[in-house]
Write a protein that binds this ligand. Structure first.
Ligand SMILES: Cc1ncc(COP(=O)(O)O)c(C=O)c1O
Length: 356
């Protein structure tokens, strides 16, 4: 029996446009091989920077491409964090939390509810104590909770950032992976470009290409450039040029539609299976992204995880993201529709032993 993973927050294999990307990589190398195969500018491949600058309405000098957005997060944290407070949502994506702690940050988790970050909690944190290095926020289809911050709260966060001179990093890799509902303006847009923004082609094209980007305030862009140059000289230009070719050929939108349809069907299948087989789990219904967030009254999800692994299914405990023990994250992005049904049945079978 092979284990079914509701833990892996990665796209299902059929989401990856392998043949189209092979063509794009070849074309990019043939056209621009001497630049792509050498060391280049540390902020990344010029044509893709220019495209993103236009998309965001900023000067290209503010666009910074990195080997996945996580690499850029590390650069930012190395610059700003050591010895300082960093505000995060509680729960929040576990990897940045580990990076921040590894750099000696005082990581302060702010209260969230079903609508995401509570702006009053942010205001309290800003009113007391040392000014934080930054606020790390995933306002749309959050990892791990799938939650989306409503417009009013976005406005308040932007107002508070302005009032307290707070740098906000808005991490937005899932915003376009939407299965329903209407898009909201980003904090970056609401702030007139004052917010630092990051996103990635990992969820819309391919994570293996490792192409993420940031829009930084000018001065920060210069500082991060120095860190990037000192670290790896230049990011992987082949991945960036391949993405740029994919975009040039008009393949992005049709691919995104395909991904939305493949993953939207998985979200629906998981919700239907949970409703049928595991009604004890209270779960949300995000309009996009990769994750459902669940809560089991009176059950420790660590206990359930142990039983579930024996039964052949995995997920991630809420405690890994700084949330209470009754919570858990279920990723529907990686598994097939059949695996979703079988995995939920295994989870349901594992519950009685964990609930005792
Ligand atoms: C919120 C969030 N930010 C960043 C990343 C990483 O993106 P990248 O592949 O661009 O490093 C992920 C990946 O799961 C994520 O969930």
């Amino acid at each position: 029996m092979s284990t079914i993973s509701f833990a892996r927050g990665v796209p299902a294999p059929e989401c990856l446009p392998v043949e189209a990307l092979a063509d794009c990589a070849k074309a990019a190398l043939e056209r621009d091989g001497h630049a792509i195969l050498s060391y280049g500018p540390s902020p990344g491949y010029g044509p893709l920077r220019a495209r993103l600058a236009e998309q965001h309405g900023v000067d290209p000098s503010r666009i910074f491409l990195t080997n996945g957005s996580l690499q850029g997060f590390v650069f930012l944290a190395q610059r700003l964090v050591p010895g300082r407070r960093v505000l995060v949502e509680r729960p929040s994506y576990d990897r940045p939390l580990k990076i921040l702690r590894g750099l000696g940050a005082d990581v302060v988790g702010l209260d969230c509810d079903d609508e995401g970050l509570d702006p009053d909690a942010l205001e309290r944190a800003l009113a007391g104590g040392e000014p934080p290095a930054f606020l790390y926020l995933i306002p749309t289809f959050q990892n791990p909770s799938g939650r989306t911050l409503p417009l009013e709260r976005r406005r308040r966060v932007v107002e508070l950032a302005e009032r307290y001179d707070l740098l906000v990093l808005e991490d937005d890799p899932y915003g376009l992976v939407r299965y329903g509902g209407e898009p909201l303006p980003s904090l970056f847009e609401l702030s007139g470009g004052q917010t630092a923004y990051s996103s990635s082609y990992s969820k819309t094209i391919s994570p293996g290409l490792r192409v993420g980007w940031f829009v930084f305030p000018e001065e920060l862009a210069r500082q991060i450039e120095a860190t990037a140059t000192a670290t790896y000289i230049t990011p992987v230009l082949l991945g960036q040029a391949t993405v740029n070719e994919f975009l040039d050929r008009g393949l992005f939108e049709p691919n995104l539609e395909r991904v939305r349809s493949l993953l939207g069907a998985r979200r629906d299948a998981m919700l239907a299976a949970l409703g049928r087989d595991l009604p004890e789990l209270t779960v949300n219904r995000p309009d996009g992204g990769y994750f459902l967030w669940g809560e089991l009254d009176g059950v420790d999800s660590g206990e359930l995880l142990g039983r579930a692994e024996e039964a052949g299914v995995t997920f991630v405990q809420g405690t890994d993201f700084g949330a209470p023990p009754e919570t858990l994250r279920l990723a529907f992005s990686f598994v097939s529709l059949d695996e979703i049904g079988e995995g939920v049945a295994r989870l349901a079978a594992a519950l009685p032993a964990a609930a005792r």
